[in-house]
Design a protein around this ligand. Structure first.
Ligand code: ADP
Ligand code: MG
Length: 240
């Protein structure tokens, strides 16, 4: 039997300064599923991730986003986080005067009713020198990703969107991250939406469904990520 729908996106059209960036996206993600999102640069992948999280500056022109029966378009990013949605940014912005240490009480408050600790953090040594610095300010690409992951461990999402976690991480760290994601998120009550250009991520996580986004639309979806990968290697995104 099919699992319950977690996220249901219907005919989503999103604009930015009157220009359509997403043009009628339909997507259903069920509990326990891993979805991969591929597509050329500028096709709208990060926009979709940020719109699910409710982040500015995008405007929803049409369509709906329903998460476990909640109409997300009416909810703030913080409420969405309380429902269990989180995003690991492709390029997390630097914050003045805010460090991971100052954010800890906020994380704990968000889950004060149901706080359960995750497994020990996989980058315990690497995170220590970053805890009291302004978040992401002068962080290297890899340090930004480690800081993002640290926040995820605190925030305990059930629905995690990951936007190109590979950028900035060396291969050894990337492998650690993939193992962590598999352990933590390939579970019947959680789901992953992962935006990536890396074969090893697809191979290790074995997505339930892989989608191709082009020019603001999901132009192809299939359970066979290997076939999609081969097509892209051979013909580029022209194949779709
Ligand atoms: P992807 O993640 O697939 O590379 P994005 O979602 O980042 O694509 O971008 C989709 C399109 O929207 C691009 O043409 C990009 O230039 C534009 N865009 C996204 N965010 C902004 C922004 N904040 N300001 C101006 N243009 C933007
Ligand atoms: Mg992007």
């Amino acid at each position: 039997m099919k699992q319950a729908e977690f996220l249901k996106i219907k005919n989503l059209t999103v604009t930015l300064q009157e220009k359509a960036i997403l043009k009628g996206v339909n997507l259903i993600i069920r509990k326990g599923e891993t979805h991969a999102l591929l597509g050329p640069n500028g096709s709208g992948k990060s926009t979709l991730a940020q719109v699910i999280m409710g982040l500015p500056p995008y405007r929803i022109k049409n369509g709906s986003l329903i998460f476990e029966g909640h109409n997300l378009t009416k909810l703030s990013p913080e409420t969405r986080a309380k429902l269990g949605i989180q995003l690991i940014f492709q390029n997390p912005p630097p914050l003045n005067g805010i460090s991971l240490s100052t954010l800890l009480p906020y994380f704990q408050n968000l889950h004060k009713d149901n706080f359960v600790s995750f497994q020990p953090f996989i980058f315990e040594k690497e995170i220590q020198p970053l805890l009291d610095r302004d978040l992401n300010k002068g962080f290297s690409g890899g340090e930004k990703k480690i800081a993002e992951l640290y926040q995820i461990v605190q925030l305990q999402p059930r629905f995690l969107i990951i936007d190109e976690i590979d950028s900035g991480l060396d291969l050894e760290k990337l492998n650690k991250v993939i193992v962590f994601l598999k352990k933590q998120f390939l579970a019947p009550d959680k789901s992953l939406l992962i935006i990536t250009h890396r074969e090893e991520i697809l191979r290790y996580l074995q997505p339930t469904t892989t989608h191709i986004m082009k020019d603001g639309q999901l132009v192809f979806s299939s359970p066979n990520w290997k076939k999609i990968w081969q097509q892209i290697q051979k013909y580029g995104y022209k194949a779709y």
